[in-house]
Write a protein that binds this ligand. Structure first.
Ligand code: NAI
Length: 300
């Protein structure tokens, strides 16, 4: 079995000054990738800055005999995203891999959430994913090769109390993953997402007995696979925790074509509409539309 190396590859990992990002950076660096360790070095809630977080991981990589540079720009603005990608180009002349991992939390029940809590979380997670991906994607498209891994969450894909801002932003990253996978297809760019669970400062005190089983290093091998040239998938989302890996997908039920266009018919057909027997897995909006057209044609 051949070992998966990243020799000659350059990877940007956002929010890599601690937690999952640090672990991804170490995993890729050990396997030969040159790394841009991006991190603003703020608090869990996104307050403050420190250069120590990113630099500390760069030092760890150097101690392993790897190559890395630190970058302290925020992912949350277009200028920051551009500067992060430019840091990779300045240091290493290329960008092959981007892991969108930076994140903060501002949890609150929705009826109490203030606008700043919404802006801060959407800016870092969702806009951050867009703002760093765009300049990286342009470089990858030009080179005919790229790998992007987004970090989504079960919070947005399945729902979690108190995380309207975070869940909405994380679900947005799942949409970004699907669209970029399609736009990158012809250019050798593969884009996937992980929904991890890991013991980091973000989950301190909430994982209970799982804590010892779900170190960040149990997630990074999956990220490394998705970042590698052998990665065989694009547009997919994987649940990753403690060595368990599963696919999460968006499906559409076979549905019902209403005999009468009335709300009463919707009520009366609800069981059929909801039935998961023979569900579809559309791979794009076009594929989803084709399924609808076929169902309408069949019923005509
Ligand atoms: P963490 O707090 O240890 O790491 C997040 C890193 O992002 C921090 O080092 C922080 O300084 C950095 N960061 C925050 N804002 C930034 C900005 N504007 N620009 C650049 N860097 C910034 O937390 P953890 O758990 O490692 O989180 C990593 C990612 O995984 C996040 O996107 C998080 O939402 C996601 N995630 C984590 C889960 C878990 O169980 N730990 C569950 C689901 C998703």
């Amino acid at each position: 079995m051949s070992v998966m190396h990243f020799d000659g590859r350059v990877a940007i990992i956002t929010g890599a000054g601690g937690g999952l990002g640090r672990s991804h950076a170490l995993e890729l660096a050990r396997r030969g990738a040159r790394i841009v360790v991006n991190d603003v070095g703020g608090s869990l809630h996104g307050d403050g800055v420190s250069r120590d977080a990113a630099q500390g991981v760069v030092d760890e990589i150097a101690a392993l005999g790897g190559t890395a540079v630190a970058n302290h720009d925020t992912v949350a603005t277009a200028e920051g995203g551009q500067a992060i990608v430019q840091a990779a180009l300045d240091a290493f002349g290329q960008v092959d891999i981007l892991v969108n991992n930076a994140g903060i939390l501002r949890d609150k029940a929705f009826h109490k959430m203030d606008p700043h809590m919404i802006d801060a979380v959407v800016d870092v997670h969702l806009k951050g994913g867009l703002f760093v991906s765009q300049p990286a994607f342009r470089v990858m498209r030009e080179n005919g090769y790229g790998r992007i891994v987004n970090t989504t969450s079960a919070s947005g894909l399945f729902g979690n109390f108190g995380q309207a801002n975070y869940g909405a932003a994380k679900a947005g990253l799942a949409g970004l993953t699907r669209v970029l996978a399609l736009e990158g297809q012809a250019y050798g760019i593969k884009v996937n997402a992980i929904a991890p669970i890991a013991a980091t400062r973000m989950t301190a005190g909430i994982l209970g007995e799982l804590t010892i089983r779900v170190g960040p290093d149990s997630v990074s091998p999956v990220v490394a696979y998705l970042c590698h040239e052998e990665c065989a998938v694009s547009g997919n989302i994987y649940s990753v925790a403690g060595g368990r890996v599963a696919r999460i997908f968006v499906a559409e039920t076979a549905g019902a074509v209403l005999a009468e266009l009335t709300p009463e018919e919707v009520r009366d057909q609800l069981v059929t509409i909801e039935s998961q027997d023979g569900y579809h897995l559309p791979t794009s909006l076009d594929a989803a539309t084709a399924i609808i057209a076929e169902a309408l044609a069949e019923s005509a």
